[in-house]
Design a protein around this ligand. Structure first.
Ligand SMILES: [Zn+2]
Length: 369
């Protein structure tokens, strides 16, 4: 050896290949920093380092007898931010980043970039976010959490945001929902799919579902408090049971309870014949999977048909819901505008107060205005 070696030049073609494979992002696991834009000024700027997994000198970090041969070999190079290039080569930490681990980081990153960028237009969906104050708090639906929940789909255009945080009465909330649907969805010629993220009061979620109906393909997501994300779980979870009154003679008015996140106190509901669709084990964590939403929708739809058959089209349904937003949304969505009886929605303003009629969700005879 003798003389001090210079770091060998990496050919432009190898650099280009690495940039493409890394998608312009840091390949250190968990970083993913975009390397062609200044983080603060947003000006285009090359921030990338090209790091060696096996150092280009035998005495360098992870160097060995192959150092010279792999000095400009694409399989031995990682695109990184300067921070992570410094970290993996730092004598204090270098042992934490052996060759096999860095190769794994590189492989995982490059496979993910290839997969994600391979998704064409058919994976694009529109996002609808709806929020209202919940116990005086303004909820936040993060873009990152939404992106993670809809994978492998990705959001097209900008989100449709229905912000009801400053809306106090239900009439103006309904108007705002109608206006946004007119604006964005009725005019939608592209027949896109909509992913629904709601953090709002039950009646709003229900009304959004009702207004969307089957005009477009839509799918609700649920916020999980324990994991703080919106990702549906896979697996076998609880089912629903339908509880019907014994005497089934015709009535002018019936109660329909949806007891998913909790039980509804029968002392606080109107004095009527009562039907209920109920979680096996009601609670805030009961709904975990998309399959449960489908099962609910089928059973709820069957129950509506049955109520109409027994009590006639003139019956008035007093609907009382204790359920998470995706269920409330699906309830509204599966109402059949030309068939179902009139449905009034009840809600509770205060804990110990009786449920009160808050809106006409569906009117059998279409009302004007
Ligand atoms: Zn990094």
């Amino acid at each position: 050896m003798g003389e001090k070696k210079n770091r060998p030049r990496i050919p432009e073609s190898v650099k280009r290949e690495l940039w493409i494979k890394a998608g312009g992002r840091c390949e250190f696991r968990g970083c993913n920093k975009y390397l062609y834009k200044d983080g603060v000024t947003k000006q285009p700027r090359n921030l990338a380092n090209i790091a060696h997994i096996i150092s280009w000198t035998e005495t360098g970090p992870r160097g060995n007898e192959n150092s010279e041969r792999l000095a400009a070999d694409i399989s031995n190079l990682m695109l990184t931010c300067s921070e992570h290039n410094n970290l993996i080569d730092d004598p204090q930490y270098v042992e934490l980043y052996p060759v096999e681990l860095l190769q794994q980081y590189k492989r995982e990153h490059e496979e993910r970039i290839y997969r994600v960028t391979g998704m064409g237009q058919e994976y694009g969906v529109r996002i609808i976010k709806m929020i209202s104050k919940i116990q005086n708090q303004v909820p936040i639906i993060s873009d990152k959490a939404v992106s993670e929940a809809i994978m492998p789909y990705y959001p097209l255009e900008s989100d449709i945001v229905i912000d009801l945080t400053n809306v106090e009465d239900i009439t103006s909330a309904k108007k705002q929902i109608e206006r946004l649907i007119d604006l964005h969805i009725i005019s939608d010629q592209k027949q896109e799919s909509y992913c629904i993220f709601i953090m709002s009061k039950i009646p709003y979620a229900c009304y959004l579902g009702y207004m969307l109906g089957n005009k477009v393909k839509s799918e609700p997501y649920q916020f999980f408090r324990d994991t703080q994300d919106w990702k549906w779980k896979n697996g076998e979870f609880g089912h629903f049971q339908v509880i019907k009154p014994e005497k089934e003679n015709q009535r002018a008015e019936v109660n329909l309870l949806v007891e998913i996140s909790g039980n509804i106190d029968h002392a606080l509901i109107p004095d009527n014949l009562t039907y209920s669709i109920k979680a096996d084990n009601p609670g805030f964590m009961f709904i975990q999977s998309k399959e449960q939403i489908v099962e609910f929708q089928i059973k709820f739809r069957e129950l509506l048909n049955e109520i109409r058959e027994i009590h006639g089209e003139q019956v008035i349904i007093q609907l009382i819901i204790a359920a998470p937003n995706p269920i409330s949304f699906e309830i509204g969505k599966c109402i059949m505008k030309n068939i179902d009886p009139t449905i009034f929605l009840y809600d509770k303003v205060d804990e110990d107060i009786k449920y009160q009629k808050v809106m006409c969700l569906h009117s059998r005879i279409r009302m004007q205005g």
